[in-house]
Design a protein around this ligand. Structure first.
Ligand code: NAP
Ligand code: 3JN
Length: 349
């Protein structure tokens, strides 16, 4: 499991919903690890984590924790990344940051390997991993952009609670059980733990993910809009988003409307293109009721696409349904995939 010629890898936020998936993804991919350092806040320091049969003790994340680290995967919130990623980079580590802290920074590449792997070459010690909802959408849109050009995207999301962390998964499970038992359960986490009001998620749909901005969009919606333009190198692309939380544990779904530049393209052309596109599994057979659903995508690294059809009124407009495991391609797998690309491109010292 440990490889003598491998890298010293640190996972920051190792006890969290994403951090746990990062650890299992590193293991499943047989990522070349010489030494594994697991970091969290002081609350979880001392926790023992099993790594392929060997115990690793979680430590409190501090600037000194990154001495000798080659690759640091951050997933402990934006304020932790803002404080500690520059400290890690200063000590020679390449940081792959899963938070929004550096995503829109002009000097930080924002990378989805299927779309813009070559942006990694411009890194200055920190690489940003995009928002989960953005990642699965751009994987599906990029082959379409390459072949037919892209003018406009309008997306509505149906997001799983695990995107809001381990506490939100517990809230959905306990609240569902309480309602079934006829008991009351006070919502404390969703839609946003630090916001004023909390609403029932069990048997409900909440049209708020992250805090509202002055323009009436939520921060999650603005992340999708701004990150899509940056990753696809399309500052002029028209993008709009509505993000909704559903009582699903894992797996984000998206209804994506897009308008292409080319004329005379059919839904079958788009299906043929996506069938062989990297990172995508096409599940599109309406006659046999075949389409992607989150329950089928859990634990898989791919982006699943179906329900591809022409807009009734606009021959250049199309609709598709895009589903992926938000903790894997949306977070842990995309980060480990970036780390694999960095190694393959010889960008890790
Ligand atoms: P989570 O389940 O609540 O876990 C949070 C993790 O961060 C825990 O390991 C926690 O350690 C650690 N942590 C908290 N404060 C810390 C501190 N001061 N110093 C060091 N570690 C600290 O949350 P999650 O769902 O894993 O998400 C974590 C972060 O990942 C989010 O805040 C977000 O920025 C990012 N994220 C990104 C995406 C994406 O779209 N790409 C999706 C989900 C999450 P303790 O156990 O000690 O509390
Ligand atoms: O809610 C979701 O489904 C995705 C949430 C992602 C998230 C949660 C808390 C903080 C992020 C993110 O990565 O965009 C952040 C953040 O801004 O770092």
């Amino acid at each position: 499991m440990y490889q003598e010629n491998g890298f010293h890898v640190a996972v920051v936020g190792a006890t969290g919903a994403v951090g746990q998936q990062m650890i299992s993804t590193l293991l499943n991919r047989n990522f070349p690890i010489r030494k594994l350092t697991l970091l969290s806040s002081a609350r979880s320091a001392g926790t023992k984590v099993d790594f392929n049969g060997q115990e690793v003790v979680v430590q409190e994340a501090k600037p000194e924790s990154f001495e000798g680290v080659d690759i640091a995967l951050f997933s402990a919130g934006g304020s932790v990344s803002k404080e500690l990623a520059p400290e890690a980079a200063k000590r020679g580590a390449i940081c792959v940051d899963n938070t929004s802290a550096f995503r829109m920074d002009l000097n930080t590449p924002l990378v989805v390997p299927e779309v813009n792997e070559s942006d990694l070459e411009k890194h200055n010690g920190i690489i940003a991993n995009p928002n989960c909802s953005t990642i699965q959408m751009v994987v599906a849109l990029e082959p379409i952009r390459q072949k037919y050009g892209l003018k406009k995207v309008i997306v509505s999301t149906y997001q799983a609670v695990s995107g809001a962390g381990a506490a939100a998964i517990n809230e959905l499970m306990e609240q569902t059980q309480a309602i079934i038992n006829g008991e009351t359960y006070e919502a404390k986490i969703l839609p946003v733990k630090s916001d004023n009001n909390h609403y029932q998620i069990a048997f409900n749909a909440i049209p708020q993910i992250d805090k509202f901005q002055e323009n009436g969009y939520t921060f999650e919606e603005m992340k999708m809009i701004n990150e899509t333009k940056k990753i696809m190198h399309l500052p002029e692309l028209h993008v709009s988003a509505t993000c909704v939380r559903l009582p699903v544990a894992v797996g984000h779904s998206e209804s994506v409307y897009f308008e292409i530049e080319a004329e005379g393209v059919s839904a079958n052309d788009i299906k043929a293109l996506l069938k062989d596109a990297p990172g995508i599994i096409l599940q599109d057979d309406p006659e046999n009721q075949v389409y992607p659903m989150p329950a089928d995508c859990v634990g898989k690294n791919d982006v699943f696409v179906g329900r591809i059809r022409n807009d009734i009124d606009n021959p250049r407009g199309f609709h598709m349904w895009v589903v992926s495991d938000n903790l894997l391609k949306g977070a842990a797998w995309n980060s480990v995939q970036i780390a694999e690309s960095l190694v393959r491109l010889g960008l890790v010292k």
